[in-house]
Design a protein around this ligand. Sequence first.
Ligand SMILES: [Fe+2]
Length: 354
Amino acid sequence: MDKIFKNSKLVPYYYLGRGAFANLGMLLNAKRKTQGDFVVVVIDHYFSGKHILPEGSIHADDLVIYADTSEEPKTTYIDALTDQVKTKNRMPVAIVGIGGGSTLDVAKAISVMLTNPGKAEQYQGWDLVKHAPVYKIGVPTIAGTGAEFTRTAVLTGKDKKLGINSDYSVFDQVILDADLLETVPKEQFIYTAMDCFVHNCESLLGRINDTMTIALAEKSTQMMKEIFLGEMDLEKLLVASSLGGLAVANSSVGICHPLSYGLSIELGLHHGFAICVAFNQLEEYYPEVATFKKILEKYEIHLPKVVSDDIAEEQLERMAVATMLNEKPLSNAFGDDWENIFTKEKIKSLLRKM
Ligand SMILES: [Fe+2]
């Protein structure tokens, strides 16, 4: 297979450490130049009424949006939130995303849509964004999605789940504070962390990678094994997730993500959970599935079967088609002639097992 070169955009600034979130106000104040300058904070609705924002970081004129993450963000939701921000009749000086992958993706997408015309669905794909976005800060409150470091904002449209993949989706600043991870429920915690584990496997076994990607993904995998098969360490997990995010931002996902998108779009499954259900059936492609199963066993996570045995052929067809829309990850995994190797029939047979 031919080698593909990629010009990698990285997050330029990050804070790391317990208590680092306290720097938010200082970062925002550096952006506020005049009286009318305001900030948009997109925060997971889980934190509604919990007062986690650092003292003094938010001003009276700022717009705080509690993002509904009960389902994966839809393009129509992004359009509605963008319109809400536009009612201020001026651009915010910063957008802050505080939450899991969905919330971070919502913040990324709004920052892009405020400066680009049309609807969010027009930008699902690769490098379709033309105008520089609003400055944005990402603060993950769960580790594993890598959303804090990637160049994608994954959105669900009418019939596709596909990211706004663009250098303009990359955060300008990230804050990694393990104190924010303390309250995540066990299942969600594991599913999301395994998303990172899967990113690493997909990066390492794809053709779009280089020495940097391999180093990042290998180290991230090693740290994940130490954390999940040895002793839990939340700060180390944040770093493993970041390295995994950097690795995948520098390469591409592979077989598992497209299948999980097929599951998510038809069955409304959350990303981390769909990833776990899909990865659990991919032993023939990824040897690390064995490690993954050991981790699930240790944490007493029992994955249910989500695709019913008597699933309608039309629904299975739609899942397979949604999977096959992800040409880039699939060609990363199989090469340009991926369709001849990873056929629709093969995809359906894997989906039936999930
Ligand atoms: Fe993922």
